[in-house]
Design a protein around this ligand. Structure first.
Ligand SMILES: Cc1cc2nc3c(=O)[nH]c(=O)nc-3n(C[C@H](O)[C@H](O)[C@H](O)COP(=O)(O)OP(=O)(O)OC[C@H]3O[C@@H](n4cnc5c(N)ncnc54)[C@H](O)[C@@H]3O)c2cc1C
Length: 414
């Protein structure tokens, strides 16, 4: 005879949001089943911060919410229940030390996401959370206005509470295929428009590939379209085989994607010289040229930029990098200095969700109670993490939101 499996809570998805929800509910005495469709838990968490896991940051709750834009206030109750200080205390309690090397972004002291995953895994084991991998949920079961359980590809599980923590659409190899949107919409929830955010950008100019290894600090980016001149950003940038990436690009991608849709391509101007304008660059050159060892154009440019990038800018200015700077004709010097102050690049596209760290859009917040993360349509159904329509910038914002919303959902408050 087929036995029915009855739990107090079923959590779908073993990311940051789902795991913390499972732990909180189990600590409160619920019999918890955590279902994960991949063969291992927390695949995306493992990849965060380049494997270093930027867990959260030190902003106050008010400042934190402001960085999520108009809907940021939706997070108020979740942050009150579990802000960065409470997350740090929780991690400490389960044996994980954290620190903020730059005073802002918080990482595990080990600088390895594996420490976080191991700690969370142990805590789930201690609490008796039943974790089942290779279980893809295909349907939510409900009678009338109440949730009853879930169906996976080959089994059915029952519980009066179900938390959907299935993440978004970015990096599908790490489990994000948008399953949660279908599960929720089948029960009447609205899903907003979905678009990829926080991803590298491709450029028309292929010289970038020659500067691939270079990370340039404090780059200023601005859109070179008259109507959108105000769109600017500053931060570290890395050249890639086909374009640009790095924190400043990931954040700026959200400004650029709507323009890409509208204009087909987006011209950018980059200041790669830590904000120096033409006059300051000329002055800098004057001071450097008094040194014995600074003679050629390349010698000079290397005082500001890595060698590969210096060579590419010479090529763009049609200057031989090994020529003596003083012998370069005035027009060419002007061209080089203007290129140093504002280097043009044209964004032509991106790899979509395949390389998007975040999904913009999700399950509509209007149908979720911010005090509990419970559905306003179906009793006992909860949401947490990236599956909801909220996304923040780079810097620990999205994991903190996943942890905070997962904490509140796991409280199963009605
Ligand atoms: C490469 C990368 C680096 C990042 N770095 C950072 C960072 O350093 N700091 C930061 O704050 N944010 C970072 N982010 C964003 C952050 O990782 C996510 O916002 C966050 O992990 C979302 O957590 P989640 O629990 O909501 O979803 P996820 O972590 O995506 O977890 C969802 C889980 O649900 C499972 N699942 C989906 N559908 C089903 C189903 N039908 N049945 C069963 N299981 C299912 C998935 O397999 C997955 O394991 C990064 C993102 C990426 C891609």
């Amino acid at each position: 005879m087929l036995t029915q499996k009855q739990y107090g809570l079923i959590v779908i998805g073993s990311g940051a949001a789902g795991i913390i929800a499972a732990i909180v509910a189990a600590r409160d005495g619920s019999k918890v089943l955590l279902l994960e469709k991949l063969s291992q838990i927390a695949a995306k968490l493992k990849a965060t911060g380049g494997g270093r896991c930027n867990l959260t940051n030190t902003l106050s709750n008010e400042e934190f919410m402001a960085r999520f834009g108009r809907d940021g206030r939706f997070m108020q109750d979740a942050l009150q229940a579990f802000d960065h200080k409470k997350l740090i205390a929780f991690l400490e309690e389960i044996g994980i030390e954290t620190h903020a090397p730059d005073g802002f972004r918080i990482f595990p002291t080990s600088h390895s996401s594996l420490t976080i995953i191991e700690g969370l895994k142990k805590e789930m084991e201690r609490l008796g959370v039943e974790v089942r991998c290779n279980q893809k949920v295909t349907r939510l079961l409900s009678t009338g206005k109440h949730i009853d359980g879930v169906r996976t590809e080959n089994e059915t599980f029952f519980a009066p509470n179900v938390i959907v923590a299935t993440g978004g659409l970015g990096y599908p190899l790490l489990g994000a295929e948008g399953n949660g949107y279908n599960l929720a919409s089948e029960l009447g929830h609205k899903v907003t428009d979905l678009s990829p955010a926080m991803m590298p950008l491709k450029t028309k100019e292929d010289w970038v590939q020659n500067c691939r290894a270079d990370t340039i600090a404090k780059v200023e980016l601005r859109v070179d379209i008259k109507k959108h001149k105000k769109l600017r950003a500053k931060g570290d940038l890395i050249f890639t085989k086909s374009g640009i990436r790095g924190p400043v690009v990931l954040d700026f991608a959200r400004e650029v994607t709507p323009l890409l849709k509208k204009y087909g391509e987006v011209p950018l101007l980059l200041n790669l010289t830590k904000g120096k304008n033409e006059e300051q660059i000329r002055e800098h050159f004057k001071q450097e040229l008094v040194h014995e060892n600074i003679k050629t154009v390349l010698d000079l440019l290397k005082t500001l930029l890595p060698e590969a990038l210096s060579r590419e800018l010479c090529r763009l200015a049609k200057i031989n990098p090994d020529d003596k700077y003083k012998k370069i004709e005035g027009k060419k010097r002007d061209k080089l200095i203007s290129l140093l102050a504002w280097t043009p690049l044209t964004v032509t596209g991106h790899d979509g969700f395949k390389m998007a760290m975040i999904t913009r859009g999700g399950i509509s917040l209007k149908e979720i109670n911010p005090k509990t993360m419970q559905s306003k349509l179906i009793d006992g159904l909860y949401f947490c993490g990236e599956v909801m329509n909220l996304d923040g910038p780079c810097g620990g914002y999205n994991l903190q939101w996943s942890f905070a919303s997962g904490y509140l959902a796991g409280k199963l408050l009605r």
